[in-house]
Design a protein around this ligand. Structure first.
Ligand SMILES: [Zn+2]
Length: 207
């Protein structure tokens, strides 16, 4: 994922322009603390993520340790980001239904959009893709479930102010989706858990 910053004034979250390395850098472990930059939206003072990070040769970082707000920046997904992921996942589902589908292309496209918009999902994606732990359909089901938890309106529900899922819950969900069980030919999506909002719109009540 890229390095993120968060504006203390308007709350805007964006990719840091101070800590921003492209491909071709040496992979290192780095510690970052108290770096401030200007918010591109309001001109206010923004802080970049703090803590210890691993950076790979592509300039992508992983949080090793850091304060909660830094970890939250990684887990969070804005409605616009959730929409982009929802769009690519539904596109991918349609592509996979075609007889001459280029699975590699579909996989790469999902990977790109997820890395750009939901670094926390990217982690799970990498695990799944590297271990060949499941099918692309399972991956899409997982992605769509997580996206709807962040932005229930995409599934026809009411928007929520905060992310409806934590990283730990996401890990549980991931394990449910990709548990190495091959008893059934038609894997059924697991229950997202008691805390998860339902994708269905609530029944309308008079009054
Ligand atoms: Zn701002």
């Amino acid at each position: 994922m890229p390095f993120y910053a968060q504006c203390a004034n308007c709350g805007h979250e964006f990719e840091s322009r101070l800590i921003n390395f492209g491909p071709g850098v040496p992979a290192i472990r780095m510690t970052v603390g108290s770096v401030a930059e200007t918010c591109p939206r309001c001109g206010g003072r923004a802080r970049t993520m703090e803590g210890q990070f691993n950076m790979d040769s592509q300039g992508r970082v992983d949080v090793l340790s850091g304060p909660q707000w830094t970890r939250d920046l990684v887990v969070r997904m804005t409605p616009a980001q959730a929409r982009k992921i929802h769009t690519v996942a539904t596109w991918a589902e349609a592509e996979l239904a075609k007889p001459d589908v280029d699975e590699e292309r579909v996989r790469e496209r999902i990977d790109q959009v997820v890395e750009r918009n939901a670094p926390v999902l990217k982690k799970f994606l990498d695990v799944m893709l590297s271990q060949r732990a499941g099918t692309l359909y399972q991956l899409l089901a997982f992605i769509l479930t997580v996206v709807v938890l962040f932005a229930p309106q995409l599934g026809g529900g009411e928007p929520v102010p905060d992310p409806g899922i934590t990283e730990d819950q996401m890990r549980d969900l991931f394990e449910q989706y990709f548990a190495p069980e091959t008893d059934s030919d038609t894997p059924t999506p697991p229950n997202p858990g008691p805390e998860a909002p339902t994708p269905e719109p609530p029944p309308t009540k008079a009054g």
